[in-house]
Design a binder for this molecule. Structure first.
Ligand SMILES: C[S@@+](CC[C@H](N)C(=O)[O-])C[C@H]1O[C@@H](n2cnc3c(N)ncnc32)[C@H](O)[C@@H]1O
Length: 358
């Protein structure tokens, strides 16, 4: 029987090095040795574990949500790289027998231009496969509960990986991507970053409790107003701090006060519920600003972006998060911080800071 010794880690194209560095470190901390391999701009990393069959165990030991640059992870059987054109289904079916039972299959490709061109083929092939798997009881009916989800990661018509991810400890979305529709009345595409942040960092129930009407918010580096637009949609009253102009329609909502001030010297006249910050600045300066807000008790929750430098991006992220944690611990500020390279992020990551004392 073939064993699951390999993990495929999906990431944003161009961030393979960060994804590999983060995962190698986290696997080592969890007691697993392995080596990553990747090529630039392929949008995935292959992580070969040195202990045979350890891929499922790793997924038990590491909390997926604590990873920043890994969009999705899949424990895989050996790559199938010479599938016959006349019958690809049979060899894949045979390989699938070594996987734990699943009730759905995600047909995926790398998130690159050439990967996207393969999606039509991947979908067609997977629907033929699903039909056969269900016939042979190798894939449970969708209604039946299963701990695992099957993934077909297609690299070409001849070459693919077959694997699984744990439903309770992985991204729930195909390719690890939450696709959101751009709201046409929002003043900028950045709006999708904050919307995705809420979907990722808060459960549906938490969104209802912690967003919702009547709350107050400060948006630092707000112009032209994509993030403010999201806050306004939630019924909040927003102080938007930016020297640049805000979208006119957004200002007509009556829920926005625009202050042409510097985000680093601005202080709210009284504490607000949310602070969000998308200022383009050195990440260490943003980390210091967030620490200041938290220590002064100026907000209860915060979402902020760290714009990443070109080099040493992973180290910079670790250092900023360490600074925030250690400074807040030293000041006795109860907090929880999470970070993620969201699908709608580019050369940046999004962080979430929970300062509620509940
Ligand atoms: C990426 S844009 C923000 C986009 C915004 N979140 C949106 O959704 O439309 C960054 C903004 O930060 C502002 N900015 C840069 N430095 C600033 C500072 N020191 N104080 C306030 N705003 C600043 C810029 O004027 C710019 O509008």
């Amino acid at each position: 029987m073939q064993t699951l010794d390999t993990l495929i880690l999906y990431c944003r194209s161009g961030f393979e090095r960060e994804c590999a560095a983060e995962f190698t470190e986290r696997a080592a901390m969890a007691g697993f040795s392995g080596h990553p391999s990747y090529k630039g701009d392929e949008a995935y990393v292959i992580f070969n574990l040195h202990q045979p069959g350890a891929a499922l165990q790793v997924m038990e030991e590491i909390e997926f949500r604590s990873l920043i640059f890994v969009r999705q992870w899949v424990a895989c059987l050996p790559m199938m790289d010479d599938l016959p054109g006349h019958d690809r289904v049979t060899p894949v079916l045979e390989q699938a027998a070594a996987l734990p039972l699943c009730n759905e299959l995600f047909a995926e490709t790398p998130d690159t231009t050439s990967g996207r061109e393969l999606q039509g083929f991947a979908r067609k092939f997977s629907s033929a496969l699903v039909q056969q798997m269900r016939k042979q009881n190798r894939l449970l009916p969708r209604k039946q509960k299963a701990d695992w989800r099957m993934h077909l990661f297609v690299l070409s018509g001849k070459c693919l990986w077959l694997g699984v991810s744990p439903r309770r400890n992985s991204s729930p979305w195909e390719m690890g991507i939450l696709r959101l529709k751009f709201p046409s009345s929002a003043p900028s595409r950045s709006t999708l970053k904050l919307e995705e942040a809420w979907h990722w960092f808060l459960s549906r129930q938490e969104q209802e409790q912690r967003l919702g009407g009547g709350k107050t918010a400060v948006d630092l580096g707000a112009a032209p107003g994509g993030w403010t637009w999201q806050l306004v949609q939630q019924g909040m009253f927003v102080t938007a701090v930016d020297n640049g102009p805000m979208g006119e329609e957004l200002m007509e909502s009556g829920q926005v006060t625009h202050l042409r001030e510097d985000a680093f010297s601005f202080a709210p006249s009284k504490p607000v519920y949310w602070m969000v910050c998308d200022v383009v600045e050195k990440p260490s300066r943003i980390a210091d600003l967030v620490v200041l807000w938290a220590k002064r008790g100026w907000c209860r929750e915060a979402v902020f972006n760290l714009k990443l430098p070109m080099k040493q991006r992973y180290r910079e992220v670790v250092s900023c998060l360490d600074t925030i944690r250690s400074e807040l611990d030293a000041a006795g500020v109860t907090h929880r911080i999470e970070a993620r390279h969201l699908y709608h992020d580019r050369e940046e990551i999004t962080c979430f800071l929970d300062l509620r004392r509940e």
